[in-house]
Design a protein around this ligand. Structure first.
Ligand SMILES: Cc1ncc(COP(=O)(O)O)c(C=O)c1O
Length: 360
């Protein structure tokens, strides 16, 4: 392979050893406490990574869209959950095909209004589908807001012979803003609430919470059946700085970019902008930080430019290459066709991002 110094930039780099460690560590916590790991593939969107998660012991995969689920089939996955509100009867043949190819294919039901739409869709599928009821745990996005809404959904499902209630899930994405000190009590409250809701409807059903901020903590309590973290495989500034649950050294994905101009003191420009880093930023407005600890931040982006600020910027040379940790890894991966796999700092492979852009 081409040496790293000769790789065209901007490029997305994946450290093979760190990735393997992140997969292994999360799996070990789950195994130790008898909790299934069903990682969300929205972060990596790559068959190569899904294969490693499954080989390490993941019980199944979670996807956001049918297109992601279809793209992950070559990984050998047998159990798949699409955690999104499917409503389009035009998708029925794709859902049926996925159900036919998997041992266990589940979809989400996300409110009473959505249950009606899913019941209509299910009538076109021609086979029984497992469903997981979404519960809103504070993000304020999809999910039953309270016990009465969850019971209402369960009652609607009981009347539909094509859908079988299998459990409950939540996405506690708002935990990224919870302090490290408050996290244990918030996670315990969330599990209490989900389990109480489940017990009131049917104690035999499964409970599947767990984002990358809380998955280890929730799995360690051993009271749920599965967790579904996504971003933990690579890590990013959201997990190292905002949530503080992953160390900077454990981050397995970076962006390699080149300094292309120094138009004024205190400012350097790189060849990576919003088409590489996406428009997602840290709570303090940064798109990325230099991974080697120098005070260099991508403080602003246009489509093809990143604006570097910080005390180490004036010492940069035009043509110098910098490795950055992005603010939000999932949207970075979705913007690249391939990633360069590195080991001991040198490229060893290229992986295709098969589910890139699979938003349908
Ligand atoms: C439904 C659902 N489950 C799981 C996840 C994984 O969350 P994280 O990447 O924080 O681990 C997400 C992320 O957006 C999600 O929307």
């Amino acid at each position: 392979m081409t040496a790293l110094a000769a790789i065209a930039t901007p490029a997305v780099l994946v450290d093979r050893v760190k990735l393997a460690a992140n997969i292994r560590d999360m799996q070990a916590v789950c195994d130790q406490h008898g909790v299934e790991l069903r990682p969300h593939i929205k972060t990596h969107k790559m068959v190569a990574v899904a294969r490693q998660q499954l080989a390490a012991g993941a019980r199944g995969l979670t996807c956001a869209k049918l297109g992601e689920a279809e793209a992950m089939l070559p990984s050998g996955v047998r159990n798949l959950f699409v955690a999104h509100s499917l409503v389009d009867p035009g998708q029925a043949p794709r859902i049926a095909a996925l159900a036919d190819q998997l041992d266990d294919f589940r979809v989400a039901v996300t409110s009473e209004a959505h249950a009606e739409a899913l019941i209509s869709l299910a009538a076109h599928i021609g086979r029984k589908l497992g469903v997981m009821i979404a519960v809103d745990s504070g993000l304020g996005r999809e999910g039953a807001r309270d016990m009465s809404a969850a019971s209402g959904i369960a009652t609607l499902l009981a009347r539909c012979s094509h859908l079988e209630l299998r459990g409950f899930y939540t996405h506690e994405g708002h935990f990224y803003g919870v302090s490290r000190k408050q996290l244990p009590s918030r996670a315990a409250e969330l599990v209490d609430r989900l389990c109480a809701l489940r017990d009131a409807i049917d104690p035999a059903l499964a409970v599947w919470p767990g984002c990358s901020v809380s998955a280890r903590m929730i799995a360690s309590a051993g009271r749920v059946q599965a967790v579904r973290p996504g971003a933990y495989v690579f890590g990013d500034l959201s997990l190292t700085r905002a949530a503080g649950v992953i160390t900077a050294e454990a981050v397995a994905l970076h962006v390699l970019a080149t300094v292309v101009d120094k138009p004024e003191p205190g400012l350097a420009l790189i060849d990576a902008g919003s088409k590489v880093f996406s428009s997602d930023r840290t709570p303090d407005g940064l798109s990325a930080l230099a991974a080697d600890g120098r005070d260099i931040a991508v403080a602003r982006v246009n489509e093809e430019h990143g604006y570097l600020r910080g005390s180490a910027v004036d010492a940069l040379r035009i043509g110098e290459r910098i490795v950055f940790t992005p603010a939000h890894v999932c949207t970075v991966v979705n913007l690249t066709d391939t990633v360069i796999v590195i080991e001991s700092g040198q490229p060893v492979d290229t992986w295709r991002v098969e589910a890139r852009g699979r938003t349908q």
